[in-house]
Every structure is written in C-alpha cells, then in structure tokens.
Ligand binder design. Structure first.
Ligand code: ADP
Length: 498
C-alpha cells in the first residue's frame, strides 16, 4: 500500500496517489500485440486507402513489433470529415455533464488496463517500465480525470467569458511521451466540445491506437476521436487541412515552424510545444544532495528525451568541483539496460536515427576539446543505447550548449554571479524550462523573474500536474497545456451575454 506524500503535488506524488491503478508489471506477456494495426476513423478500424503500412520496432532490441497503417492525405480527409460530422451531430451540443461521462469512463478504462499500457509503452518506445508504470500512465489518467471534471464547468474556466468549442482539432504528438502527450491533447479538446483527429508519432503509435480502441469501448460516438497513423507527410496533411479549425503540435522546432507557416496561410488556430535547452542554475548555497538528484532526474529521466529536460547545468564556481564529483559518482549507479526490467534507470534510445544524432553531438563536443565523462558500465549489445554522459570544459558557444540533443547528455558550464548565471541560462533560442537551486527565497525570485522560460522549477525539476499550465516562449513555442489556460486554447471566447 502506497501513501501519498503530504504538502507536495509533484509527479512522483501524483503517481503515488494513482499507485493502486499502476500495480507491479511482470513482462511482455501482459500485452497482446497484433501483427497489424489499422487507423481509427469514424469509429472503425481500417487499412489506409492505398494499403500503405509502416513498421514499428522495439528500440531495446531493434526487433520488428507490428505493421501499422500509413495514412495518406485521403485518409486524413476521411477522418476530418468524420470528426466534422460527429461535431455537428452530437458532440458540440451535448451537455457538458454527458461529455464528462465519456471522459471519466475512458480514464477508468485506462486505469483498469494500466499494466498493459505501461508494458506496451515501454516495448514500443524504450522507456523504463518504472517510468511508464509510475509516471506516464498514471499522469495520462490524471489528465483525463481532471479535464472530465471541467466538461460541465466551462463557464467558470474564464471569468466573464463564455467559451464555445472551436470545431475539429488536429493534434500531432511526439514519440517521447506517446500516451501522455495524447492525453494532454485530447482531454482538454474533447472536454471543451471539440472533436479530434490525432496523428501520433510514427515510432510509437501503439498506445495511441490502444487508447483509441478504449474510446470505442467507452462508447464515444463514432468520429469524436480519430487516430490517423503515419509519418511526417500524414502530419503535414492534417496540419494543412482546410477542415481543421485548430492545430495542436508537440515536436521539434523545425517541424513546428513549418506547421506555423501552413496554419498561418489559413488563419487556423495553433498551439506549439517545441524544443528546449533548459538550464539548471545551481548556487553555492544549494542543498547539494538534493540538487544532484534533481539534475540527474532532469537529464536522465526518459533517456533525456524530454523537451523540458535540464540539459544544461550552470554551477557556481565555488562548488563546481564538489558538485561534479558527486554527479560523476552518481551516474555510475544508474542502470542502463532492458526497459522492461523494473530496476532499469535509463532505457533504450527511441530510434537508431536519434542514437546517431546524440552520438554526433557528443563527438563534435569531443573534437571541440570538451571533456566527456561517461558511465563505465557495459551497454546491452543489441538495441539502441547511449551511456549517461556529462560534458565539461565548455564555453557556451558549442552546439552541445545551444542545440537540443534530446538524449542523456548534460552540458556543464560555470558562473560566478547571479547576473552571469541569468545571462548564460538565457543564451538560447529556446525558452521552455529552467531550474533554480538555492536556499535563499529572495534569490529564487530574483533569478526566476529574469529567466526566459515558460516553466521555472525551484529546488525541484520535472514536476507536472494537470492543474498547472505548461508551455514555452521564443522558439519553444506558444500556448499552454494544462490548467485553465490549457482549456482556453480549445475555446472561442466571447464576453458573457454577447
Ligand atoms: P522528432 O524530430 O523529435 O522526431 P518531429 O517534430 O519530427 O520530432 O515529430 C513530431 C511529430 O510531428 C510526429 O508525429 C511526426 O510524424 C510529425 N511530423 C513530422 N514532420 C511533420 C510535418 N512536416 N508536418 C506535420 N507533422 C509532422
């Protein structure tokens, strides 16, 4: 029996609150994986019209898992038409409390099958089962519950304003949190009365498809939630579709810019949650043990495949040797390996292409004269793995300090003063997350007010809750997910009485 820690609403604690629904997981035999999956359109599972498929593989071994329908522009068109019909015939005008019932039912079904979802997520994406089980699946359920609760209370979401749904929403999700990002997106959209065409990432489509199946089981009217699988071309067809009233995208900054152009052409509403290069700023008065754990969690959680990862460490000069010594010893203790092993800390890199990208950044840094520190433990022989890595001796202009690596790689710089720390932390085109580690409350305020990041954590990192808005600024995107702010992104607002 797990108890919920008091006075703290962070990720782990929320997970603890849902722990009864995320019991221990044994292995692969918990899930039945079919050799072939269709896309979900208009309440039916069917092949792509042209019969195209793509393969999804297990990154921990490189083995083929299943074939999945590759949706074409025509399939996107069909799904958008189904979503429009569902919007106009049922979902838009349904009382909020009835929409809520469907969402609550979906959330409960997800909890009932949480073990299966956790194992499937880990097989398809490579993340440690402990994370799928304790973070991704419980948080996905929490998002569905939270937004189900809003469906009949939308008049209170924005005081003084009446919110109406937008229509058909196109949502494109990434591979790093395949199920959780789907929940973040569909929950507010559906709660607000919109219908959805979802395009999950091509390397991790299976949990989105399973959630789509659960929506059918929960009795959602056909066409309310459509899942069109495929790669970039499928996503581009969705983002540029004239029948889509709003696009929500989470992924790379480059693709986000292309989507921004496509939606600007048509005046389609848009939210973008893009890349990041988050900095931990650790001052010499910080509680070092706590800071070490926060920094480790900030960059090695989910193999560093996290847009808000703390991929840069800015440490005050006086404690740099001590902190880095502790960090080097700490990463020796991280277990890298089979994602289905409950003791694994760092699982598989999501794809071969991503592994090559990470290697490229680290090799370039080595050539630039940086000092590379990696764990000495052997990596599995098969599959895509990269050791936890700390890169020191950097000036700040190197690519590894500027670009999003999206891997278990921490770039370290030092600073002397608060002003220098802020300047270094802000020396990035991104603006998603940051962390401040210090005992002084006044310093937390001074620094966090000056950091250009959508989310700033103080003496903690990677804490999420459905009630708190998440999102970026600058090249990390715009718009918020979660909280009342997240609901506003799916509503057309008018003054009350208008
Ligand atoms: P990454 O580079 O980390 O794989 P991407 O931004 O390429 O991230 O992918 C995020 C999501 O965007 C995936 O679902 C992917 O299929 C989709 N996608 C890729 N290219 C495009 C595009 N041109 N238009 C719309 N969606 C796209």
């Amino acid at each position: 029996m797990t108890t919920t820690p008091q006075n703290d609403t962070g990720t782990r604690d929320l997970a603890a609150a849902f722990a009864d629904y995320a019991p221990s997981v044994e292995g692969r035999d918990i899930v039945t994986i079919r050799p072939r999956y269709g896309l979900l359109s208009g309440g039916e599972e069917r092949d792509a019209r042209d019969g195209a498929v793509f393969a999804t593989i297990d990154p921990s071994t490189g083995d083929h898992i299943a074939e999945v329908a590759e949706g074409s522009a025509q399939d996107v068109d069909d799904a958008v038409a189904a979503a429009r019909a569902a919007y106009e015939s049922t979902w838009r005008d349904m009382p909020g409390r009835t929409r809520a019932k469907y969402l609550f039912r979906l959330a409960r079904l997800l909890q009932d099958r949480s073990r299966e979802f956790a194992v499937l997520e880990t097989i398809d994406g490579g993340k440690p089962i402990r994370e799928s089980r304790d973070v991704d699946v419980p948080l996905a359920a929490a998002h569905l519950f939270h937004h189900a609760g809003w469906a009949d209370k939308l008049e209170y979401a924005v005081p003084g304003m009446t919110g109406r749904p937008l229509g058909v929403v196109g949502q494109i999700t990434p591979w790093n949190f395949p199920l959780l990002m789907v929940a973040w997106k569909i929950a507010p959209a559906l709660a607000c009365g919109n219908t959805v065409v979802l395009k999950p990432a091509e390397t991790t489509p299976l949990t989105a498809l399973l959630l789509g199946e659960l929506a059918r089981e929960a009795g959602f009217p056909p066409g309310v939630l459509n899942v069109v699988t495929g790669a970039g071309a499928t996503g581009a067809a969705l983002a540029g579709h004239p029948g889509v009233d709003k696009v929500a995208f989470t992924g790379s900054t480059e693709v986000g810019k292309a989507i921004r152009r496509a939606t600007a052409e048509r005046g389609t509403r848009l939210t973008l949650e893009l890349g990041g290069k988050g900095a931990h700023v650790v001052f010499d008065d910080a509680a070092l043990d706590q800071a070490v754990e926060g920094v480790v969690d900030g960059i090695f959680f989910n193999q560093g495949h996290v847009c808000c990862a703390g991929s840069r460490l800015l440490v005050q000069e006086g404690i740099a040797d001590e902190l880095l010594g502790r960090l080097r010893r700490r990463i020796e203790l991280l277990r890298v390996g089979d994602p289905l092993d409950k003791n694994t800390d760092v699982g598989a890199i999501n794809s071969h292409a991503q592994l090559e990208r990470i290697r490229g950044f680290v090799e370039d840094a080595r050539e630039d004269g940086a000092r590379i520190h990696q764990t000495s433990r052997p990596l599995p022989e098969r599959g895509f793995y990269f050791p936890p890595t700390i890169v020191e001796g950097l000036g700040g202009s190197e690519a590894i300090c500027r670009e999003e690596v999206f891997g278990p790689v921490l770039a370290v710089q030092t600073f002397r003063t608060e002003a220098e720390a802020v300047a270094r932390a802000n020396a990035t085109r991104y603006g998603l997350s940051a962390g401040v580690w210090t005992e002084k409350g006044s310093r937390i305020l001074w620094v966090s007010q000056r950091l250009r990041a959508g989310v700033v954590w103080a003496n903690s990192f990677n804490r999420f809750d459905p009630a708190s808005p998440f999102g970026g600024m600058r090249e990390s995107g715009f718009g918020r997910e979660g909280g009342r702010q997240g609901l506003q992104e799916y509503l057309r607002l008018e003054p009350v009485g208008a």
